[in-house]
Design a protein around this ligand. Structure first.
Ligand code: PHE
Length: 371
């Protein structure tokens, strides 16, 4: 790869030993499904934006970012598994396809932005099945408050949110103060608050985070499930502490839909926001859209088929759209066996070859045996 280069949308990038982007991935860089009117991901993005009307929105940030932004700025250790070539797409040693919208947190906080949403396509190498695709979409949200008068700032913000939602809540009360949510997960020794944060202040921020996300999810699902169950599980991210994953109970299973937490003070300090404290979350849009619209296969989002796209053109908030499947190709199973010389073989590498050759025709790849 030395001395070779690659031109993507007018910019030329040097290639090196780290390069592993594939033609099929690069060809999708310009699709921007979340910006395509009537697309289910567009519909979901705008619904989420409506829940945060006082935020700034960033929907067109470039998915090609430095490794610095995607990992280093956020405190990822040098040996974090997410950095490996089997998990992430690199253009070269320093430039990659973002693996999450958090890659832009520092940049947006640095613009003195106190509340914002970012949406965009993110890239992770993965296996092949109906719920995994190497590109998906995330929506990042963050809100920070002045450490000094946090109590007042938060209570004003909550009043504002409740007044905005009162028209809907008069029908089905999606936005209540969430005392009904089980809060005993809040603080534990393996999910600690940061030593620089006074407990009283952090608690305000945690309550505000839970309130903001619980009310969002209830609103999105208002026509779908009267008794929506939500739970918060302790989690770990290098750039938040404490951290959680939010799950919803759907069709008999807990489904992880969001990671979130209290922003690491280091990140805020680097952005020149030393006197602030706040939360951030990252939602996976495909997961939620598949549940909301009954979309059975993640590849459908990439379809050019009118039979898919036309089903979403008349969306309005009060009507539930349930996707009606249309016939695809008849299924056809292939058994493939092969010998390996290379001990470093990784299943993701095999799936990448399959995607490059068969594109989205392949529905599922299962490893049967390995010996
Ligand atoms: N970026 C994280 C992910 O992709 C999600 C996240 C965002 C977690 C913001 C905490 C805060 O898994």
């Amino acid at each position: 790869n030395h001395n070779k280069s690659l031109t993507i949308e007018g910019t030329s990038y040097k290639l090196d030993d780290q390069t592993n982007v594939s033609p099929s991935i690069l060809s999708k860089l310009s699709r921007n499904l979340h910006l395509q009117p009537h697309h289910p991901l567009y519909i979901l993005r705008t619904q989420i934006e409506q829940h945060f009307p006082h935020f700034s929105y960033f929907n067109t940030l470039n998915p090609i970012v430095t490794v610095q932004k995607n990992f280093d700025d956020l405190g990822f250790p040098k040996d974090h598994p997410g950095r490996s070539k089997t998990d992430s797409y690199y253009i070269n040693e320093q430039i990659m396809l973002r693996t999450h919208t958090s890659a832009h947190q520092l940049e947006i906080f640095s613009k003195m932005n106190k509340k914002f949403l970012i949406s965009g396509d993110v890239y992770r190498r993965d296996e092949i099945d109906s719920s995994h695709y190497p590109i998906f979409h995330q929506m990042e949200g963050a809100q920070i408050f002045n450490m000094q008068n946090i109590e007042q700032e938060i209570s004003e913000d909550k009043k504002y949110l409740i007044s905005l939602n009162s028209t809907i809540s008069s029908q089905k009360t999606p936005l209540r103060d969430n005392n009904e949510v089980n809060d005993d997960t809040i603080i534990s020794s393996n999910n600690p608050i940061q030593s620089c944060h006074p407990i009283e202040q952090v608690n305000y921020v945690i309550q505000h985070l839970k309130f903001s996300l619980n009310s969002l999810i209830k609103k999105l699902f208002i026509n779908h499930d009267e008794n929506l169950k939500i739970r918060w599980i302790d989690a770990y991210f290098p750039f938040t502490s404490p951290s959680w994953e939010m799950e919803i109970f759907f069709k008999g299973k807990w489904l992880e839909i969001c990671g979130c937490g209290i922003v690491e003070q280091d990140v805020l300090n680097k952005a020149g926001q030393n006197d602030k404290i706040g939360w951030a979350f990252g939602l996976g849009l495909e997961r939620i859209a598949m549940v909301l619209f009954d979309i059975p296969d993640i590849r459908l989002f990439w379809s050019h088929d009118e039979r898919f796209l036309n089903q979403f053109t008349n969306f309005n908030d009060n009507k539930i759209i349930k996707f009606q499947p249309f016939s695809k190709f008849p299924p056809c199973i292939k058994d493939i066996s092969f010998w390996l010389n290379d001990q470093d073989f990784h299943e993701n590498n095999f799936c990448e070859i399959i995607r490059d050759i068969a594109e989205d025709l392949v529905e599922d790849v299962k490893l049967v045996s390995f010996s």
